[in-house]
Design a protein around this ligand. Structure first.
Ligand SMILES: CC(C)(COP(=O)(O)OP(=O)(O)OC[C@H]1O[C@@H](n2cnc3c(N)ncnc32)[C@H](O)[C@@H]1OP(=O)(O)O)[C@@H](O)C(=O)NCCC(=O)NCCS
Length: 151
């Protein structure tokens, strides 16, 4: 349903156009910020979320150097494309990618997925819970942490 393509010279402009809806922007940064974080930092990897040949979202991932967990970040489905199952398909595609490819991609075996989310962001929390993520009681800045052991 979705294809994840690493950010590259061909797709970064389309990723930069991905926008959350107005009422959602307190929960995520601009996709340009995520692209820069991935390009200039040494942790995150940005991907275009593609469906039916169009770029419909952004997602990035990183391995926590302390505990080896695989983190999802910067998940945004463009406001024009939400509520069509693309957010769920994106998270599932990342879990599948790690199952299939790790440890070749990062050098770290895939054992556990993790993410943080604003406690107000009920739509995202509903999505993550439906995929088996569970709150742990940890906080990451002002966000709650959810984890999901490898199936
Ligand atoms: C959260 C987000 C990625 C979901 O993407 P999406 O493609 O709209 O989600 P899906 O269509 O795959 O829906 C999956 C589940 O998410 C939840 N959900 C998504 N949008 C929702 C909404 N507006 N209200 C309530 N629940 C919602 C539901 O549980 C839904 O399952 P259901 O359709 O069986 O009810 C999208 O709303 C988004 O980009 N939001 C802004 C950025 C953001 O908050 N990112 C998360 C940061 S942690």
């Amino acid at each position: 349903m979705v294809v994840l393509t690493p950010a590259n010279a061909d797709n970064w402009r389309a990723i930069a156009r991905v926008r959350a809806a107005a009422g959602q922007r307190e929960w995520v940064a601009d996709s340009t910020y995520y692209l820069c974080l991935s390009a200039y930092g040494d942790l995150w990897r940005s991907y275009a979320v593609e469906a039916d040949g169009a770029t419909v979202g952004h997602v990035m991932w990183a391995v926590d150097p302390d505990d080896g967990s695989h983190w999802i970040g910067g998940l945004v489905i463009d406001s024009e494309h939400q509520r069509r199952g693309l957010g769920r398909a994106t998270v599932q595609a990342l879990l599948d990618l790690w199952e299939r490819e790790e440890p070749s991609l990062s050098g770290t075996p895939y054992r556990e997925a993790a993410l943080s989310v604003s406690p107000d962001n009920q739509a995202a929390i509903g999505l993550y819970r439906s995929l088996g993520f569970v709150e742990t009681g940890e906080m990451e800045d002002d966000e709650i942490v959810l984890r999901r052991p490898r199936a």
